[in-house]
Design a protein around this ligand. Structure first.
Ligand SMILES: CC(C)CCC[C@@H](C)[C@H]1CC[C@H]2[C@@H]3CC=C4C[C@@H](O[C@@H]5O[C@H](CO)[C@@H](O)[C@H](O)[C@H]5O)CC[C@]4(C)[C@H]3CC[C@]12C
Length: 765
């Protein structure tokens, strides 16, 4: 069973004795965004009304994984030394049938998924993520059930005509199953996040976080829609959580489930927009049809509008020719008749002032249709009282307080992971009753250039975090040139994100990158035919370099069990999975070419010799390979069975890392090009100093045990080749270890200044 995770006074994850540990793993798996029965990927065409009419009958069972395949997937992940899983699930998967009508069969399936994960060797640490993207599948992403849109008075079947959302499904020809549309008419790369700025999603988030303030007329069964939606959402999450605890308490006792994250990537909706008549100049993402808020309101009411259209160019996004959208008599809002039927079905009684067939922002006097002048914007600053900081520190905090209290009333032991809006600092919660010593801060990082261009640009990079947070007076100052500078810039961004989070929440709160990743369909999917993953390897290595520089814990986005070269992760043309069944043949091909590089574990416990050890305080020989499978380490990273087939850009994903540091982390770097790993730390001064090791996951994939050279400032090591763990018993104070594959001569990374004293060295050959 995995050891319990604690938090140190410096906000690091640690074991019960205060040794620093690191959480590493993946998001498993994006298939939770789509129903399994019927299988409704985002490239399932919307040919008939069933997409909407049958939305209450879907089942998500088998997403994330088919039960019988779980062991195979978990072994694969453990082969990378991973110990942690972020388990996304959607509100829709729990409560698609209607408010309060839970899919208990799906919840029980999740219990079984967790039980099986826990049963694979030393199990895995798992935390739960109530996932969403741009509110729901019906507004172009994933997350909330269809009835939430009805609740707001929307008619989602008309989102296409009114440009209230852009859905991948509408770009599929029902006859051929292929994508349709060329140039601006196509479903553009990474266009789905533009839904954050379209009527459906922007309205839903405004209502969810600020309904009481901005839409007081929208009450359902006597409650403002904000409280209604938040209440239902929180109840659904806690019903799942309570069911897991009830049916499988051992998952908590065995340290498998470690906590719950707040909603994925919360968004402010319209809150903070200063002028609804323009596209906010601070908006970084403009792609495809880009109506202003007012144009969205008009389109939603069926009024034709001519809107800006943006395209991606070498220099970012530039305005193309405007585009006229004619809703053709359709409205994004339910007609009186439709709404009556919906309200009867879900037992909803609305405020009599809430008129059907009407934009709720018109209802609240933001705009009107004047008899002679037509549509007129009356309050262009309706949402402008709050800015981004106000949103985070008030609206978001109000939501977070709700889930925090519910969660803590139920579970005082597990972690709660607070996730602020993407790439923004968290609220200032110091001295707040909703910040406790089991709180973690979640950050997400995506490199803007890599994400939007789907290529690894070695020449030009952007300080994405700086750009998003308006740290530059001119966006041109956010540009960095050359691969080395780009790598350092990403490293700096992650460290700044950590610093900013800690300055808001306190230094004792750990920062956890619960999402970070790259698209694998780079360079127009060239790698899938050439097996040349060098772009992906370089991009991932840059992220790895950045993360390990600050010893950051992370779960990569993502591992997708149903990934395919044709449709990626089966959702909005994304292809972020580090593994694909379609890559298994490519892996075999690579293996057959480089078979000599990676010996099987059985062959490694053979000839061991050590060479010139300089003075070390230890009386032991400086190194040896541990001959048995015994390892005194309760880490899910420890695995005997391994399987690397199907991983993409494996060289960059498979990385050495400190599984346990007997001391404080100072510096780490894995150099992929010369296969060397350096770790610097400050060893603890404890009575057990020389009997408690620092443990390093040292993958055979890079470091063939029979061809290894190690130098360190002090101590002795044992290398358990079967578990791929190097135990380093070092002295207190500043220490370094430098591990190098192949010959010692290649190991030339400069080490710490104090390398002259107390140096031990061994060559295993
Ligand atoms: C020179 C460049 C063109 C400059 C780009 C600037 C901006 C357009 C980008 C800067 C920051 C980007 C956003 C960063 C994070 C995002 C979150 C992401 O959602 C999660 O990611 C997964 C992969 O997409 C997804 O599957 C998960 O479900 C999500 O949890 C979606 C994109 C974005 C909002 C991203 C958009 C572009 C920038 C604003």
């Amino acid at each position: 069973m995995p050891a319990k995770i604690h938090i140190s006074a410096n906000g690091e994850f640690c074991d019960k004795d205060g040794n620093v540990i690191q959480l590493r793993g993946v998001n498993l798996d994006p298939s939770v965004k789509i129903p399994a029965k019927p299988f409704l990927s985002t490239h399932a065409p919307i040919a008939d009304g069933a997409f909407f009419e049958d939305a209450d009958k879907v089942s998500f069972i088998n997403h994330p994984l088919v039960l019988d395949d779980i062991e195979e997937h978990i072994i694969r992940l453990k082969s990378l030394g991973y110990n942690t899983i972020r388990l996304p699930f959607t509100w829709e998967s729990l409560e698609h049938a209607g408010p309060g009508q839970y899919d208990f069969a799906y919840m029980d399936y999740i219990v079984e998924v967790l039980t099986r994960i826990n049963g694979v060797q030393h199990g895995m640490y798992v935390y739960l993520d109530p996932h969403q993207d741009v509110w729901s599948r019906f507004s172009g992403g994933s997350g909330a059930p269809l009835w939430t849109l009805y609740c707001a008075g929307f008619q989602p079947a008309n989102f296409l005509a009114t440009d209230a959302a852009i859905l991948h499904n509408y770009y599929i020809d029902p006859k051929t199953g292929r994508e349709v549309g060329k140039d601006e008419e196509a479903y553009l790369k990474m266009v789905w996040p533009t839904n954050y700025f379209k009527l459906a999603c922007q309205t839903m988030f405004t209502l969810f976080f600020g309904g009481k303030q901005y839409a007081p007329k929208c009450t359902i069964n006597g409650e403002n829609i904000q409280d209604y939606l938040q209440g239902k959402f929180n109840n659904a999450i806690m019903t799942l959580y309570a069911r897991i605890k009830d049916k499988a308490p051992e998952l908590f006792d065995n340290n498998c489930i470690i906590g719950l994250e707040s909603v994925n990537e919360p968004n402010c909706g319209y809150i903070g927009e200063t002028d609804l008549d323009v596209i906010p100049k601070e908006r970084d993402l403009k792609l495809g049809r880009t109506p202003t808020a007012f144009q969205s309101f008009m389109l939603g009411e069926g009024i034709e509008s001519t809107v800006d259209q943006y395209k991606r160019t070498f220099f970012g996004f530039s305005k193309g020719k405007p585009c006229t959208i004619n809703p053709g008599g359709k409205k994004a809002w339910l007609s009186a008749q439709e709404r009556d039927a919906i309200d009867a079905k879900y037992n909803w009684e609305r405020n009599p002032e809430w008129k059907p067939d009407t934009c709720i922002w018109k209802l609240h006097g933001v705009w009107e249709i004047h008899e002679s002048r037509g549509p007129v914007l009356l309050k262009s600053d309706y949402f402008s009282q709050a800015d981004e900081a106000v949103f985070i520190n008030n609206h978001f905090v109000e939501y977070y307080t709700g889930i925090y209290n519910k969660f803590r009333a139920f579970d005082k032991e597990s972690f709660i992971i607070i996730q602020p809006p993407v790439m923004k600092p968290p609220p200032n919660l110091q001295n707040s009753p909703i910040l406790d010593d089991k709180t973690i801060c979640a950050c997400h990082f995506y490199d803007g250039m890599t994400l939007m261009y789907k290529t690894w640009n070695k020449r030009i990079g952007i300080d994405t975090y700086g750009l998003v947070n308006k740290k530059y007076s001119n966006p041109a100052f956010a540009v960095v040139l050359g691969e080395n500078s780009i790598r350092k810039c990403i490293r700096k961004q992650l460290s700044e994100m950590q610093k900013d989070a800690k300055s808001m929440l306190g230094k004792n709160v750990p920062v956890f990158f619960t999402e970070i990743g790259i698209p694998f369909d780079m360079d127009d999917k060239k790698a899938y035919t050439t097996n040349d993953y060098s772009s992906q390897t370089a991009a991932l290595d840059a992220l790895g370099f950045a993360l390990e520089g600050s010893n950051l814990s992370y779960t990569l986005w993502c591992y997708c069990s149903i990934n395919s070269h044709a449709w990626g992760d089966n959702w909005n043309n994304e292809d972020f999975s580090i593994w694909s069944p379609d890559d298994k043949p490519l892996y075999r091909e690579t293996r057959s070419k480089t078979l000599t590089r990676e010996p099987s574990p059985a062959s490694t416990a053979t000839s061991v010799s050590t060479s010139k050890s300089k003075s070390s305080s230890s009386s032991q020989p400086p190194s040896f390979i541990k001959p048995d499978d015994d390892l005194d380490l309760d880490s899910p990273s420890c695995t005997l069975k391994t399987d690397l087939s199907g991983f993409r850009a494996l060289d960059a994903i498979m990385r050495p890392f400190p599984m346990k540091i007997h001391g404080t982390f100072e510096f780490a770097e894995f150099n992929l090009s010369n296969k060397s790993y350096t770790l610097k730390l400050i060893g603890r001064t404890t009575p057990e100093t020389t009997t408690v090791p620092t443990c390093i996951f040292l993958p055979r994939h890079h470091f063939a045990p029979n061809h290894l050279s190690i130098r360190s400032s002090s101590g002795r090591y044992t290398y358990n080749t079967n578990y791929q763990v190097l135990e380093w018993f070092h002295e207190p104070g500043h220490q370094y270890i430098e591990i190098c594959a192949k010959s010692k001569s290649r190991c030339s990374t400069p080490v710490s200044d104090d390398s002259s004293d107390l140096s031990a060295e061994c060559i295993i050959s």
